[in-house]
Ligand binder design. Structure first.
Ligand code: OGA
Ligand code: MN
Length: 226
């Protein structure tokens, strides 16, 4: 059972891609990796500030290889799940992991110190989500009962696009380009008031540019609620 997911029940139709990519109000983040965040307005990007981060090249190819070597044997034993139409995630298999080899543990410690407030108690097991090339994640907000203020994820094997949409003002949105081997961090409002989703391959366009979605594995760390 996916305790950390709370699917947003409202059906949400994102704005047409063509309109969005040519929108004059489309803004780029002035801070961090500006080329990786676009949104409905500059004001929104400014307002969310450090609550949304994408760090390109957070791990090396070697570190990605170490993570994959550790994860693949277990994942390969599972089958991708496609048929639960009401599930938040389509075309996935997943696992959780507590113990890691030295290289991976070092990577995860880097994620933890980049993402979480010092001393914040973390969810013990790290969540590993393997999306098939045809898989995608529908808009949802992670369970507030089981997860705290911050969600941090590494992307392996593929670039992808994460879309955030304000639950209470659906015209407010951000698209994050998550390059392979990047780290993203969602905090506070961006985590509680915005749904997040990973676009399917057919919809994977960023700033007018097509971003092919291959099989993608994410390694996600969360903290505990207060
Ligand atoms: C989730 C989720 C995002 C990702 O599992 O709740 O939103 O990067 N995953 O895979
Ligand atoms: Mn989520």
């Amino acid at each position: 059972m996916r305790l950390w997911l709370l699917v947003s029940k409202r059906t949400h139709k994102p704005p047409a891609l063509s309109r969005r990519s040519s929108s004059a109000s489309s803004g780029l983040s002035p801070a961090r990796d500006p080329a990786l965040i676009s949104g409905s307005s500059r004001e929104l990007i400014r307002r969310l500030g450090s609550q949304v981060e994408v760090r390109a090249g957070f791990i090396t190819e070697e570190e990605e290889g170490a993570l994959l070597r550790e994860l693949e044997p277990g994942l390969r034993k599972k089958r991708y799940e496609f048929d639960h139409w009401d599930d938040a995630i389509h075309g996935y298999r997943e696992t959780e992991r507590v113990r890691w080899g030295a290289v991976c543990e070092e990577v995860l410690n880097r994620v933890r110190s980049a993402a979480f407030p010092e001393g914040s108690p973390l969810l013990g097991p790290v969540h590993v989500l393997d999306l098939d090339k045809s898989g995608y994640i529908k808009p949802h907000i992670d369970s507030v009962k089981f997860c705290g203020t911050t969600i941090a994820g590494l992307s392996l094997l593929s670039d992808s696009i994460m879309r955030l949409v304000n639950e209470n003002a659906r015209n407010e949105w951000l698209d994050l380009l998550l390059p392979r081997r990047s780290l993203y961090i969602l905090r506070d409002q961006a985590r509680y008031n915005f749904t997040h989703e990973i676009l399917k391959d057919e919809e994977s366009v960023f700033g007018g540019q097509r971003i092919p979605r291959q099989r993608r594995i994410s390694v996600i760390c969360r903290n505990l609620p207060d």
